[in-house]
Ligand binder design. Structure first.
Ligand code: UDX
Length: 442
């Protein structure tokens, strides 16, 4: 099958490579020529485990190409729209400029019977507008949301836990379903369930899945606030409630909260759109979800001040982690970056490290010093704060760091360190919503 993928960001680049690995002939298209040059040489423009290998495999099979010319989409019969829908400047709404620009650029190259498949995360109703826009070309539209997680994107694309086709119920459904079944023949053969819905439901599935995940994280973070005020321990609480199969343990890790290019912007876009269509009350709770999440960042800063005798001013604070989560160099809406910014605004001298995200962070945050190793980051620190749970940080031997720091104090912003081990090595250890252990043991 000949397929084009318009937009080669986190979503499109991975999708194009995965489709080529699955056996299709794929051309990825993006207006950013540097991105295209990188991808054409199997270089991922961002850190994503497995992506360089998938690109190499696609090229080796002769089934993958990238281009900045939209006309290269002309031979494809299926066209995925995978451009970004960032938060609009000065508003909570999603910016759909790139989606409509991509569709309009594609239109002159569409042939009757082609299938345009939306993958971008959009407010409900967008698909219907695009269907009307492309109607004169006699191409058809489907909506097929993507649920991939950064860091696991290649695996999630090859082995999705579900595939959703949004197809208008206009008599062509079965025919369009067959086309999409052929696109996803490999995961379907592996047993991935397929759900066929109306366009609006498919658009909403993506947004509501992300809203649910964000709510789950903010729920446990609000319990962390209660735990902090009462002396309970939120990690033990999460283990206990997580064993209830109706609740489940995943996405119940309290800490510095969620970030990234999806959850924060998606809940805000859902609130903005719900307001616009007069059902704002239905998702008013998401405002609290957002606020609980942002409070975690401020909480880390006040905990730091408390541990440093009332103020962070003039103190040297070492940050372990900059990306919004491990196995990613993505710093969009990263809690670590906000915390770094807040600490330097309060007069701390901040030094940070990250296995992959330093270059990205350096571009947007210049008040912070960057170091290449954990050792040089913690040298002479008055306080160390773990903000992203990279494996290399989780495995740190606390007794090896003790001689390097000015004061052995650590905030575990992700509740991933072995508290007893750090305490035994003489550190003042503080987690998020966890027991206040004394260095002598609890
Ligand atoms: C998310 C969705 O999981 C994915 O299905 C969707 O397609 C895109 O958005 P992603 O943004 O890659 O994926 O990251 P995810 O793994 O969901 O983590 C989001 C944020 O939540 C991260 O900052 C992570 O650190 C945080 N998180 C996650 C927690 O704070 N606690 C948890 O228990 C889980």
């Amino acid at each position: 099958m000949q397929i084009s993928v318009i937009g080669c960001g986190y979503l499109g680049a991975v999708h194009a490579a995965a489709l080529a690995v699955m056996g299709h002939e794929v051309v990825g298209i993006d207006v950013d020529e540097r991105k295209i040059a990188d991808l054409s040489q199997s270089r991922a423009p961002f850190f994503e485990p497995g992506l360089p290998e998938a690109l190499t495999e696609g090229f080796a099979a002769g089934r993958l190409a990238f281009s900045s010319e939209i006309s290269e989409a002309k031979n494809a019969t299926v066209h995925f729209i995978a451009v970004g829908t960032p938060q609009k400047a000065g508003s909570n709404a999603a910016d759909l400029t790139y989606v409509f620009a991509a569709v309009e650029a594609l239109m002159p190259h569409l042939k009757p019977g082609d299938l345009v498949v939306g993958k971008s995360t959009v407010p409900v109703g967008t698909a219907r507008r695009i269907a009307e826009l492309i109607a004169p070309t006699d191409a058809r539209l489907a909506w097929n949301p993507e649920f991939l997680r950064e860091g696991f994107a290649v695996n999630d694309s090859m082995h999705p836990d579900r595939i959703v086709y949004g197809l208008a119920d206009d008599g062509n459904r079965d025919e369009l379903k067959q086309v999409l079944d052929a696109v996803y023949a490999t995961p379907i053969a592996e047993g991935a369930p397929v759900l066929v819905t109306e366009l609006e439901t498919a658009e909403l599935v993506k947004v509501s899945a992300n809203a649910f995940l964000a709510t789950k994280i903010s729920f446990i973070n609000s319990m962390a606030e209660i735990a902090e005020a009462t002396g309970a321990d939120v990690t033990e609480l999460a283990d206990a409630i997580g064993l209830d199969a109706r609740i489940g343990r995943r996405f119940l890790n309290a800490g510095v909260g969620f970030g990234g290019g999806c959850l924060p912007k998606d809940i805000r876009a859902l609130m903005a759109h719900a307001d616009e269509i007069g059902v704002g009350d239905s998702v008013a709770f998401l405002k609290e979800v957002d606020e609980v999440n942002l409070r975690r960042r401020a909480h880390v800063v006040s905990l730091a001040a408390e541990m440093l005798g009332g103020s962070v001013a003039g103190k040297r604070i070492s940050l372990l982690g900059l990306s919004f989560k491990p196995e990613s160099d993505d710093i969009r809406d990263s809690p670590a970056l906000s915390i770094a910014r807040l600490l330097s605004e309060d007069g701390a001298s901040v030094v940070a490290t990250d296995p992959e995200a330093i270059e990205n962070a350096r571009r947007v945050l210049t008040t912070v010093e960057y170091a290449d190793s954990v050792e040089s980051t913690v040298a002479n620190a008055d306080l160390v704060i773990l903000l992203t749970e990279w494996k290399s940080f989780v495995q740190i031997d606390p007794s090896a760091l003790s001689p390097l720091v000015s004061a052995a104090k650590i905030i575990d912003g992700r509740n991933v360190l072995d508290a007893q081990r750090w305490l035994a090595a003489g550190w003042d250890y503080r987690g998020m919503g966890r027991y206040r252990h004394e260095a002598t043991g609890h």
